[in-house]
Design a protein around this ligand. Sequence first.
Ligand SMILES: C[S@@+](CC[C@H](N)C(=O)[O-])C[C@H]1O[C@@H](n2cnc3c(N)ncnc32)[C@H](O)[C@@H]1O
Length: 287
Amino acid sequence: MSLTSKLADIRDRLGPWTAHNIEIAPGLFTISPGAPDRAQQRAALYSNLCKTFLRRDLFNRTFIRMRVLDLGCLEGGIGLTFGLKGANVVGVDIRKGHLEKAEFAAKALGITNRCKWILGDVTHGGLWEQLGKFDLVICSGLLYHLDAADLIPLLRRMSRACKSSGFTLIDTNIAPEPKSYYEINDQLRLWGCHWKEHDPQKTYQERLVSGWSSFHNNQAFWLTERSLINAIVASGYEKVFKPLYPYHEWGHQTRDVWIALPGKDNILKLPLRLDPDPRPWAHPALE
Ligand SMILES: C[S@@+](CC[C@H](N)C(=O)[O-])C[C@H]1O[C@@H](n2cnc3c(N)ncnc32)[C@H](O)[C@@H]1O
């Protein structure tokens, strides 16, 4: 069977690719030539950030032997970009169909030996026991699909899976305002707002086809930026940065990328700012 027929067969069985437009052979794309693909743009940003934070250069193939974890990998487009440049990639997703597509693309690109796709729920501890340590942990488009109680446990597992010389990329939506909170303990309260993922009566099949969503949880909790930083720092990361250049710009101002460097919980002993940020947006005297 030709690659084109195999691609058509997967589209028939699993539905079309919804996000990652991967060129699996010259001129042959998983979606179509020229279809917009934010995953490629973001992968370019992430690999640029590796130059700074890992001193590795994607274009000089110094990603060889680098270990990358792509959480909620969808069709694998972000991980595959790293795999193509020599990195060993582990992609995790809760939907089997996505992983089948990712494996198909890896095979077409001749990099199955560097790519491993794991069916699993990132909120389940058992998954993490088999993963090991990574130079780069990517958590893109995933945190805002999870409910409040799962956020810190996931961030903790991510920090443990990140080598001390590595870094974690969190690409997520944040809450524009603190509408409610989730109490972690008397030192930490996460502020944010709720987001509906599924109607509770949705069937297994209906959840499966909402391919960009959570699976089990019907609602997600989006953190304000202040609470996101608190949650990261309380989960085994020492420093958090936000890249301004290079950048990837989304269509709204509440999605961005945060870079977390592992270390001890709040090693700098700066007080976490627990209130939901009562400060005015601008200098109060500004007309
Ligand atoms: C919005 S997509 C983001 C895809 C990709 N990371 C990107 O940035 O383009 C969210 C992905 O996370 C997966 N997902 C949602 N909840 C998950 C969970 N608890 N464990 C693993 N994967 C999950 C979904 O199946 C989907 O593929």
